[in-house]
Design a protein around this ligand. Structure first.
Ligand code: GDP
Length: 283
């Protein structure tokens, strides 16, 4: 694995050099510009440009250098805003996207099409998986950029530490989201690399969703915070629901292993151990 500081995947020359020097046989393309609902609204140019460049460079170099197999990771926000729930793979390109993350979603859809085009034209063994919202150790806890789960862990922890009587939760609390623990996704990726070689995208989900209110209550229970939750409706709700249908993955023989409450606990423990690094705070 390379960090973006040592290899800029947006730069075609650097990616070509990496592939000719290192000759990878199996490529897991998880690198992306990602962020929560506010970051997507604020930085639409980076969200579309960076992701298009990363995908185009890595997929093309993988083809040029004869990579044996490539797995491209997309996202469930590729599905139309009002597609039937749980989201089936067939819903791709069947309606308009959620506007708060459309540039990101369009880039990820382009990635799927790249993978399918190289498979069709050149017979490359390139496949795509669509993970649901991920969380876990190493997550982004910067409140401007974070997704909801790490953001709530940080907000609730800091409210408990400072003795604040309430935590600000964005939106109405009514949207539903599904969360998959990062180690489960890593396992699913290896599983797909070994067991799947098809043109269709494959959803990787947890199988159940919760409302943002329920999530905030679970985080409060794990952190041990008994203050109030205040819902800030000046912030966007985003798409009402994004539960994926994982029957394709289940039929292949894979199911996730980490429950949401266990995953929140593991993530919270990691967050406390790395508090000063991830928040830039003096301790
Ligand atoms: P999304 O799944 O692409 O909409 O991205 P997010 O994970 O950023 O947001 C999911 C939902 O959680 C949205 O309805 C947000 O408004 C809500 N939410 C509540 N509090 C927070 C918060 O502190 N940060 C973020 N990012 N979302 C929050």
């Amino acid at each position: 694995m390379e960090r973006s500081s040592s290899l800029d995947l947006r730069c075609q020359q650097d990616v070509e050099k990496f592939f000719s020097d290192r000759k990878p046989e199996y490529v897991f393309l998880s690198a992306a510009r990602v962020g929560g609902i506010l970051a997507n609204e604020r930085y639409p140019a980076e969200f579309i440009y960076d992701n298009l460049m990363i995908e185009a460079n890595v997929v093309h170099s993988s083809f040029r250098h004869g990579v044996k197999k490539l797995l491209f990771l997309g996202s469930t926000c590729i599905y139309p805003k009002f597609a039937p729930q749980p989201l089936k793979e067939e819903s791709l390109l069947s309606g308009p996207l959620e506007p708060t993350n459309e540039p990101y979603a369009v880039a990820k859809i382009a990635g799927i099409k790249l993978v399918q085009a190289y498979r069709k034209q050149y017979g490359c063994r390139f496949i795509s998986a669509m993970p649901t919202n991920l969380y876990g150790p190493g997550d982004n806890f910067d409140l401007e950029k974070a997704h909801v789960l790490p953001a709530l862990i940080r907000k609730v922890h800091e409210a408990r530490e400072s003795g604040a009587g309430a935590v600000n939760v964005w939106g109405s609390g009514r949207p539903r989201r599904e969360f998959l623990y990062v180690d489960d996704l890593a396992e699913a990726c290896v599983f797909l690399m070994r067991n799947y070689d098809g043109d269709d995208v494959v959803n990787v989900g947890f199988g159940e969703d919760v409302t943002i209110r329920e999530l905030a209550e679970m985080v409060a229970a794990v952190v041990g915070y008994d203050g109030a939750l205040e819902f800030d409706v000046s912030k966007p709700d985003g798409t009402p629901r994004k539960l994926v249908d994982c029957s394709r993955m289940t039929a292949l023989g894979w199911v996730p292993g980490v429950s949401l409450v266990d995953g929140i606990e593991k993530t919270y423990n990691w967050f406390i151990e790395h508090y000063s690094v991830v928040t830039g705070a003096e301790v």
